[in-house]
Design a protein around this ligand. Structure first.
Ligand code: G1P
Length: 296
């Protein structure tokens, strides 16, 4: 039986240059999709998938992330005293249990592989999940479960390493990690190769690595070599290519929608999709959208 996945790593050290000036003083992970930060959506996805310990790899100027996942004493006390039970409960239900969060810093922006390596001592010698906070997922399948939960199902069937994938138009493949397909089981398949940001026209498929991973702890030894790859960065994909020589990798075609909130278009689309999925907002928001699209 595969080992239970208890811990997840969230690399949140990125500068967010694509969202300046919004991200001048505020971490990009704190931008809101409807009523909660992008990062809270992703942490909720991890909780839903059974994750018990949340490891944030932060950087300078990211202190507010730590505050967001802690109690806010004065605020909570005021809500209680004013009888705002609903708002109070909303905060309490999102609060991780005591001792269930860890924070470490990536001191320099050396790449995703380096960020994950910074969490090695906190993860220890057990398989773990990685969730890239730019990617916000919405379960639209029959179970409405989000991407990491679907990865966990695949992990329970196959063990080894799991990567969620998503189709993109061929012309966009140079912006992502791309996988090659082996034996195909429909929702899942064997991964026979990976490449990070292949030059235009050379990608082995249009299936991108979409930001949810389950990895064995052996990845850390490979990452510790600190080899630079695409864009001069220490790439997670390069160490996964090495790990795939020793262990199995399966891909999961996520039954749902993924929004790349690292881009303005993806972020705006996420806001529209989540607002339309909220029963309290849906009809009013549809009216507003109709007015805007119809030219006011
Ligand atoms: C990272 C990964 C890449 C993946 C992408 C998903 O790239 O290295 O394999 O496809 O996230 O967003 P980045 O977006 O950090 O350049």
């Amino acid at each position: 039986m595969s080992k239970h996945i208890r811990k997840a790593v969230f690399p949140v050290a990125g500068l967010g240059t694509r969202f300046l000036p919004a991200t001048k003083a505020m971490p990009k992970e704190m931008l809101t999709v409807v009523d909660r930060p992008v990062l809270q959506h992703v942490v909720e996805e991890a909780r839903e998938a059974g994750i018990e310990h949340f490891i944030f790899v932060t950087g300078r100027n990211k202190g507010v992330i730590e505050d967001h996942f802690d109690i806010a004493y004065e605020l909570e006390d005021t809500l209680r005293k004013r009888g705002k039970a609903k708002e109070y409960e909303l905060l309490m239900s999102a609060l991780p249990p005591p001792g269930a969060t860890s924070f470490t810093r990536q001191q320099a922006p050396l790449g995703l592989g380096h960020a994950i390596w910074c969490a090695r001592d906190i993860v220890g010698d057990e398989p773990f999940a990685v969730l890239l906070p730019d990617m916000v997922t919405m379960g639209t399948g029959p179970k409405k479960n989000r991407c990491l939960s679907q990865c966990m199902d695949a992990y329970n069937s196959y063990g080894g390493n799991i990567i969620a994938v998503e189709e993109v138009p061929k012309e966009d493949t140079d912006q992502y990690g791309i996988v090659s397909l082996g034996k195909d089981f429909g929702d899942t398949f064997e991964i026979t190769g990976m490449v990070e940001k292949p030059p235009k026209g050379t990608a082995p498929s249009n299936l991108i690595i979409s930001g949810r991973y389950i990895l064995g702890p052996e990845i850390f030894d490979l990452l510790s070599k600190g080899k630079q790859g695409a864009g001069g960065e220490i790439q997670l994909t390069d160490s996964m290519i090495e790990l795939a020589k020793m262990q199995s990798f399966h891909g999961v075609r996520f039954d749902g929608r993924t929004f790349d909130c690292g881009s303005k278009l993806g972020f705006l689309a996420a806001n529209v999709a989540f607002a339309l999925a909220d029963p309290a907002l849906a009809s009013g928001f549809q009216n507003e959208l109709r007015k805007i699209v119809g030219g006011f």
